[in-house]
Design a protein around this ligand. Structure first.
Ligand code: F6R
Length: 606
């Protein structure tokens, strides 16, 4: 979380930094700030809240300078406030930081003893004073090396110096950092998206590296100060993908884009002519893999859970799923023949990255399923399967969830075929049914008016439950997560069969409960569990699929019927009304749908 920008140019930079901060706002929106260097003095402007507030402050007082840094904050140490907003400046330096300095308390004690005075409650301010301290006796490069060696934890940094009119230092450990090359100016940014309107020529710092950025030159160094060479990547520029267009919110646009993203992804992977799935250069033979470990956080974790059901149903692999923040600290018994799959939209999630790093260090087979192909997780995995969704800007993940499930499903059936876990005919049928998925999702998007009708009950509820069995259980978890994060309504996803082991006690008169029950092998069982909650006063919204038979209960409050498809593919369709339920509930409450409170899109702290 948090986004950083730095620009050194031959023209004033504050409005360019502001524009980049807007693009980084998805990473944090508690406060923001800019510092520039002008005529030998560091000037800063900071504001609590959104970048809009910073813009108002900038308009009131000009911020001159051809070199500067900027920051959007997602608070870790210290409340969201102007004082705690970055940059943090001394007379000599100004610092922006993304990450957490774990030994900040110890460093602060040491610096206080040396007479440094602190203004904020942040961990970042120790960096400002530490580098100031080293600069008293060392040149700039030595000071940076010494300072970086003292910091524990994760960080991406941008630093400007009072005595260096054309120079920004960027450094990275754990948190991502990109540099961009422009005409007579160069840039630093938390991601390439922040720099996209200025350049499509990008390099990435590797872990432990730092750079010295001047307007006509960039030097890269390893942690000991030895120069390193960098590849310059040319990114494709498709700015339209980053605009809301006619939509009120990115989330609405991204939900509606799902038929297209499914189609694109299928076109990328399915070889229609040969009825096959193209996964080129997969580095391992299927015999070399005996088990699959799926790892992710939040929504990505839910797509992993979903994949576990598919892998167990369709293949003979031993499959397990892990939440990245748990996996990284457990006593793992690494399995030589396991394939570790890391699922992440951003490819920058700190816990998922740390889990990947751990597996790489143990020389495991690592594969990333990501949306952002230039991300750290993609770069450091041994094999990458992109989900081809295009940029997802809304903080709540929607199209990426569908994309992650699709790629996991494709991988599952491809491996199943290679291992002869399924026959060629079954494989062909599965490919065939995928052909209609995009269209079916398009039709399912039409459940809009049904959803709008039921929203009020969820908006007004004290709490709600989302129940499902089998394939529908991970989707129940995802539906509950969406409602929590967007409409701030307490929502629990639960296996329908578990209700009577405790949570049934929560059910009271009028409580909205979503029951997901496609007519699969679990249908009757789920419907029985549904009756148990209805008998205790719950208002049930049943999500099922279209069928000639009547739904056998008269006591259902509302039902939504999605299109018919195979059992494997129902999870895709059932996800759609749940995304809409969260969207319209948040809309009714007037909440900021694309930037829900306390959250950020890219979780780069653990
Ligand atoms: C929820 C949501 C989060 C992310 C999680 C992992 O809507 O977006 O739960 O899924 O933070 O993020 P990525 O996929 O970028 O690793």
């Amino acid at each position: 979380m948090c986004g950083i920008v730095g620009i050194t140019s031959s023209k004033p930079v504050s409005s360019m930094i502001l524009n980049s901060l807007r693009k980084l706002e998805y990473r944090g929106y508690d406060s923001s700030g800019i510092a520039t260097l002008h005529e030998g003095t560091i000037h800063e402007i900071k504001s609590e809240g959104r970048v809009d507030a910073l813009e108002k402050n900038l308009n009131k007082s000009n911020l001159y300078g051809n070199i500067g840094i900027g920051h959007v904050r997602w608070a870790t140490h210290g409340v969201p406030s102007t004082i705690n907003a970055h940059p943090h400046s001394s007379e000599n330096v100004s610092v922006v930081h993304n990450g957490i300095i774990e030994n900040s308390t110890l460093l602060k004690k040491m610096l206080l003893k040396k007479g440094h005075k602190f203004k904020s409650q942040t961990d970042t301010e120790v960096i400002t004073h530490l580098i100031t301290e080293y600069l008293k006796k060392n040149d700039l490069k030595t000071s940076v090396i010494k300072m970086l060696k003292r910091l524990h934890g994760s960080f991406a940094l941008g630093i400007i110096f009072k005595d260096q009119p054309d120079l920004i230092v960027g450094a990275r450990r754990g948190s991502p950092l990109a540099v961009g090359y422009g005409p007579n100016e160069n840039y630093l940014g938390s991601d390439s998206y922040a720099l996209k309107s200025m350049t499509n020529k990008i390099s990435y710092l590797n872990d432990g590296e730092f750079c010295i950025l001047k307007k006509n030159n960039i030097d890269f160094f390893d942690e000991n100060g030895t120069k390193v060479n960098k590849k310059i990547l040319e990114l494709s520029s498709n700015e339209n993908n980053y605009e809301k267009g006619e939509y009120k919110h990115f989330m609405a646009k991204e939900i509606d884009e799902q038929p297209t993203t499914i189609k694109n992804c299928i076109n990328e992977y399915i070889d229609k002519k040969n009825n096959d799935i193209n996964i080129f250069n997969f580095p391992w033979k299927s015999k070399e893999i005996s088990s699959i470990v799926l790892i992710g956080c939040g929504t990505a974790y839910h797509s992993c859970l979903m994949a576990k059901y598919w892998f167990e149903q369709i293949t003979t692999f031993d499959v397990s799923v892990d939440i990245a923040s748990e996996f990284r600290y457990r006593k793992n018994r690494f399995k030589k023949n396991a394939l570790y799959i890391f699922v992440s939209q951003s490819g920058e999630t700190a816990d998922t990255y740390a889990a990947l790093d751990l597996c790489n260090k143990h020389n495991m087979k690592t594969c990333a399923i990501v949306n952002v192909v230039e991300s750290s997780i993609a770069r450091d995995s041994k094999f990458v399967l992109p989900i081809h969704c295009g940029p997802e800007i809304g903080v709540a993940s929607t199209k990426a969830f569908i994309g992650q499930m699709l790629v996991l499903y494709l991988l599952c059936i491809k491996l199943a075929k290679n291992r002869k876990d399924i026959s060629k005919d079954i494989f062909n049928n599965k490919i065939k049914s995928l052909e209609s998925l995009s269209n079916l999702i398009k039709k399912t998007l039409n459940t809009e008016s049904d959803i709008q009708m039921v929203c009020n009950s969820f908006v007004e509820a004290k709490g709600s439950m989302f129940l499902g069995r089998g394939y529908s259980f991970p989707i129940a978890l995802e539906g509950a997560l969406k409602l929590k994060e967007l409409a701030y309504v307490h929502a629990e996803g639960y296996p329908a069969g578990e209700m009577k082991h405790g949570p049934l006690a929560l059910i009271e008169e009028g409580m909205p409960v979503v029951v997901i029950a496609p007519r699969d092998e679990y249908y009757k069982k789920t419907i029985s569990n549904m009756q148990e909650v209805i008998a205790r006063g719950a208002k049930v919204l049943l999500i099922t699929n279209k069928n000639k038979d009547e739904i056998f209960s008269e006591n259902i409050w509302q039902s939504i019927e999605v299109e018919n498809t195979t059992e494997d593919l129902f999870p895709f369709l059932i996800t759609i009304p749940l995304q809409k339920l969260a969207y319209y509930s948040a809309l009714k409450k007037g909440y900021d749908i694309d930037k829900p409170r306390n959250l950020a899109k890219s979780v780069t702290v653990e």
